[in-house]
Design a protein around this ligand. Structure first.
Ligand code: PMV
Length: 313
């Protein structure tokens, strides 16, 4: 039997992270320059039912049975098998690779889960729909974040720009005019669960100021949606910078993120903000295509370990 491949892109949250956990909208888009990929081949020599897992990027070489139930790769495999009603998997070898930086706001976890769900369901002859893939990635995210909003799994599984409100069917977002962003990586791994947990603690202790900040972020998301749908991309930069200021007030930025945001603005970006959970990970800058190289160079000079240029959609 030939090997089966499943893959899924990375993502960035253009507007609305953190507030989206509290019911406000968010806008997210796929980043197709980076991807998670899973290849599954039959392992006829392997013992019956043995699933071998190799994930070179995280130095993992093990069998499914030996992994703890909350291991994200094991969880994605088990959720997919459960979805398909399969009790015993055939002997197989899963190879996971990804160019999406880990724990840095680009959705690496959800992309790996989605790629596993696609490859495994394809290998077993019953490919899952994007919605089923999204649900599996969501369940795996729940094991780690506790309270994920669902925006990551949605944008990654559907690989389309989305307008997302927790608990509601998502809307595909029409991006009337393409635009360019530069993504800069602080190189600091920052688990989303930590930042989300800290925000929750502070919100529980003193909800009102946080509710106001989330409302303000929600308003920015509404304005950004209009700008995207009407092709007024020049409005997006200032909205991003305002969104970043609100994320600073929620205390999910960091000196390194702030330094990259300032460097991008000084190099001519029309706006910039952290993206994802924050505290580290990545930021994005809104640029004219011809400025992208200069902004990327300024980001690297200010400490970015790598940059990605992406045109959306
Ligand atoms: O850091 P990421 O890429 O997992 O993005 C998290 C986005 C949050 O809004 C902070 C959390 C969530 O569940 O939506």
């Amino acid at each position: 039997m030939p090997a089966v491949v499943g893959s899924a892109p990375g993502k960035i949250i253009l507007f609305g992270e953190h507030a989206v956990v509290y019911g406000r909208p968010a806008i997210a888009v796929p980043v197709t320059q980076v991807r998670a990929k899973v290849t599954i081949s039959a392992d006829p020599a392997g013992p019956r039912g043995q699933v071998r897992l190799t994930a070179g990027d995280i130095h993992l070489e093990n069998t499914l049975d030996a992994l703890p139930p909350n291991d994200p790769l094991a969880a994605a495999i088990r959720c997919t098998a459960e979805q398909l009603g399969i009790i015993q998997l055939p002997a197989m070898h899963l190879r996971v690779s990804s160019t999406i930086p880990i724990a840095s706001g680009l959705g690496s976890g959800a992309a790996v889960s989605a790629a596993i769900a696609r490859a495994l369901s394809g290998f077993l002859g019953c490919p899952l729909t994007d919605e089923q893939v999204s649900q599996i990635a969501f369940k795996v995210d729940q094991l780690h974040h506790g309270t994920p909003s669902g925006v990551d799994n949605t944008v990654i599984a559907y690989a389309q720009p989305v307008y997302f409100v927790r608990g509601q069917p998502f809307e595909r977002l029409l991006v009337e005019r393409p635009f360019t962003v530069v993504i800069g990586n602080t190189g600091i791994a920052s688990p989303t669960s930590q930042a989300v947990g800290d925000v929750r603690q502070r919100w529980q202790a003193d909800p009102l100021p946080y509710e106001r900040l989330f409302d303000e972020i929600g308003e920015i998301v509404g304005q950004a949606r209009q700008a995207l749908e009407t092709g007024r991309v020049e409005a997006l930069g200032p909205l991003m910078t305002r969104n970043h200021a609100l994320l600073q007030q929620i205390d999910v930025s960091s000196p390194e993120l702030d330094r990259l945001v300032s460097a991008a603005l000084q190099a001519g970006a029309s706006g910039a903000k952290l993206c994802g959970g924050g505290r580290g990970g990545n930021m994005i800058a809104m640029v004219e295509a011809e400025q992208a190289a200069a902004v990327a160079a300024a980001l690297r000079a200010a400490g970015a370990v790598n940059t990605i240029q992406s045109t959306i959609p």
